[in-house]
Write a protein that binds this ligand. Structure first.
Ligand code: CTP
Length: 225
């Protein structure tokens, strides 16, 4: 209660031409679960979502976007409003450099080569602009889970990262369940077993609340000194 939580969810879609795009297997379920769990605790929530097949959650302001660039614009505009950012979206890391304005025809083409360029790292960019917001990211990994997640926590300047082994059976993209290890910047790790995404969302919010409390305590003690 009293918190304003900015959540991102789902994949992004990067156009190749008017009928085709590059995307990924994200269903949006994890981010939606986080948004719903935060709202159920009394937080004000804005959910910025890439295209998903999920119903719009009740009572939550939802902003629909398609590309990484659009997601960056919307999240940057809402950053100052928020007290916590939870970046569960699976942002495409690359986009076609020159999306075609007309449908690419197969006639006459021997082999079409797609030239790609990097998209912005949204979380790193938000982190660089933040003032007092608590920043929570996800790490989707297929190997060396903890090492890769810790590297992302540091590189993106996060307070907490949710490390996700997306190859684990019954967990990750598309599934209703997920298993994760939460890692904070002090290196404290919480290993969470396979559980419904909503339960994992609550575990993430519990940890985020603890970190916010510690931060508030530190600030108050500084004022008293
Ligand atoms: N993320 C982001 N912008 C990107 C890519 C990722 O904001 N262009 C965010 C994701 O939402 C997630 C975190 O950064 O919270 C880590 O995303 P992940 O896909 O695991 O890692 P990447 O940074 O893309 O690195 P790599 O693909 O090399 O694993």
């Amino acid at each position: 209660q009293g918190h304003r939580v900015l959540v991102s969810a789902g994949p992004t879609q990067e156009p190749i031409d008017p009928v085709r795009f590059i995307s990924n297997r994200s269903s949006g379920k994890m981010g939606y679960a986080v948004a719903e769990a935060a709202q159920a605790r009394g937080a004000q929530v804005v959910l910025v979502t890439g295209p998903t097949a999920l119903p719009t959650p009740r009572g939550i302001e939802v902003v629909a976007v398609a590309t990484a660039e659009e997601m960056l614009q919307v999240l940057s505009m809402r950053l100052a409003w928020s007290t916590t950012v939870i970046m569960a979206a699976a942002v495409a890391d690359f986009r076609p450099t020159h999306p075609a304005s007309q449908k690419i025809k197969k006639q006459g083409q021997i082999a079409e080569t797609l030239t790609l360029e990097r998209t912005a790292d949204i979380l790193a960019s938000l982190s660089a602009q933040r003032t007092t917001q608590l920043m929570v990211g996800f790490a989707a990994e297929t190997s060396d889970l903890i090492a890769h997640a810790q590297a992302k926590l540091t590189a993106k300047g996060l307070d907490l990262i949710v490390a996700n082994d997306v190859t684990r059976e019954g967990a990750g993209f598309g599934s209703d369940q997920n298993a994760a290890t939460l890692i904070d910047r002090q290196g404290i790790m919480t290993e969470l077993s396979l559980m419904p995404k909503r339960a994992l969302a609550d575990a993430i919010l519990n940890r985020a609340q603890e970190l916010l409390r510690v931060r508030q305590f530190d600030q108050t003690s500084k004022l008293v000194q």
